[in-house]
Design a protein around this ligand. Structure first.
Ligand code: F6P
Length: 358
């Protein structure tokens, strides 16, 4: 059996642990009936035929290693069916050629939203595919959690924890901008876990006046500082009313490197307070996976390998009710899982007295 493996899209903690989980299970259960190929830099390697045979040793000692031993790249889904730069074939046609030329029996694909759209396209075009849900954003449909998410929560929470002491010393307001793309999972979970005072997520458009009120209220009650966990994808209530086109134009004209700096200016004008911005950025995706992600990737890896052994293709291994289950790719591809604005975690935050910025 020839298995090709690739990691695609933005990296995160746990990619190597997941590769290891799949490979160890296949080697243990199929022995020399399986050959694993590492495809370099995600779909780029599949498009260009850039891959190599792996050995069991390649998967040793990588449980805690950050990044991905296979490399990764972003290959937009919308480009897959257009003629490639050399104008001969589409990227999809080139990928199909690689799969058929080498005779891969199955591809194991680790990725997030964009990656799953392309994985589904390959599956619809006759390629056997099994996928694993990767992303610190936790915004993949069909699974309650993705790997990388817990590790990123740990890092973002540690940043917010540390900001507390300096915010206290200087009696300052701090904005910590958290990754997560268009979803607020990471900001909400890290903000709650580290005692942020205000949490702003894309799913709940913010009002600068409401945030200023929350800051003033804290000051009046004798608190020396306020900490805001703000999602990089946060939008204001005015912006939420705009069409996609208007929003794009407004953001292109925004004279700030990110939403947090604009919010800092808005809040400075409203509260008269000194506001500082901290952006941990890609640090949130780096380094070793936390133990929860090591456990999750090991379980997902085993489940993915067992699907391959059963020749059950066209599925993503997912977490539902703390069990690992296969979910059809067609159900996952193209859907975004966002935070329910009235969900239990948001209600818990409000019950604890946090402002959600609205
Ligand atoms: O999807 C993971 C993620 O880290 C998002 O949270 C963030 O918006 C994006 O990737 C950053 O992308 P890049 O690595 O291309 O800068």
């Amino acid at each position: 059996m020839k298995i090709g493996m690739l990691t695609s899209g933005g990296d995160c903690q746990g990619l190597n642990a997941a590769l290891r989980g799949v490979a160890k299970t296949l080697y243990n259960e199929l022995g020399n009936k399986v050959t694993i190929y590492g495809i370099r830099d995600g779909y780029r390697g599949l498009i260009e035929g850039d891959y190599h045979v792996m050995s069991p040793e390649d998967f040793s000692d990588i449980l805690t290693l950050g990044g991905t031993i296979l490399g990764t790249s972003r290959q937009p889904f919308k480009e897959m069916q257009k003629a490639d730069e050399d104008n001969t074939e589409t990227k999809l046609e080139k990928m199909l050629k690689t799969v058929r030329g080498e005779g891969f029996d199955c591809l194991v694909i680790l990725g997030g939203n964009g990656t799953h759209k392309t994985a589904n396209l390959l599956w619809q075009n006759g390629v056997n595919v099994v996928t694993l849900p990767k992303t610190i954003d936790n915004d993949l449909w069909g699974t309650e959690t993705t790997f990388g998410f817990q590790s990123a929560i740990d890092i973002a929470s540690t940043v917010i924890d540390s900001i507390h002491s300096t915010a206290f010393s200087h009696s300052r307001v701090f904005i910590v901008e958290v990754m997560g793309h268009k979803a607020g999972w990471l900001t909400l979970y890290a903000g709650l876990a580290s005692g942020a005072d205000v949490i702003v997520i894309p799913e709940i458009p913010y009002s600068a006046e409401a945030i200023a009120k929350a800051i003033d209220k804290r000051e009046q009650s004798g608190k020396r500082f306020s900490i805001l966990a703000v999602a990089e994808g946060a939008i204001s209530q005015q912006e939420a009313k705009m069409s996609k086109k208007e929003f794009k134009a407004a953001r292109e004209g925004m004279p700030y490197p990110s939403i947090s700096y604009r919010m800092a200016d808005e809040l400075k004008a409203l509260t008269g307070q000194e506001i500082r911005v901290t952006i941990p950025g890609h640090y949130q995706r780096g380094g070793a996976p936390c133990p929860a992600d090591r456990l999750l990737t090991s379980r997902l890896g085993v489940a993915a390998a067992q699907l391959i052994e059963q020749k059950k293709y066209g599925y993503m291994v997912a977490v539902q009710h703390d069990r690992i289950v296969p979910v059809p790719l067609a159900e996952v591809a193209g859907k975004l899982k966002t935070v329910p604005p009235d969900g239990e975690v948001v209600r818990a935050a409000r019950a604890l007295g946090l402002s959600m910025g609205d």
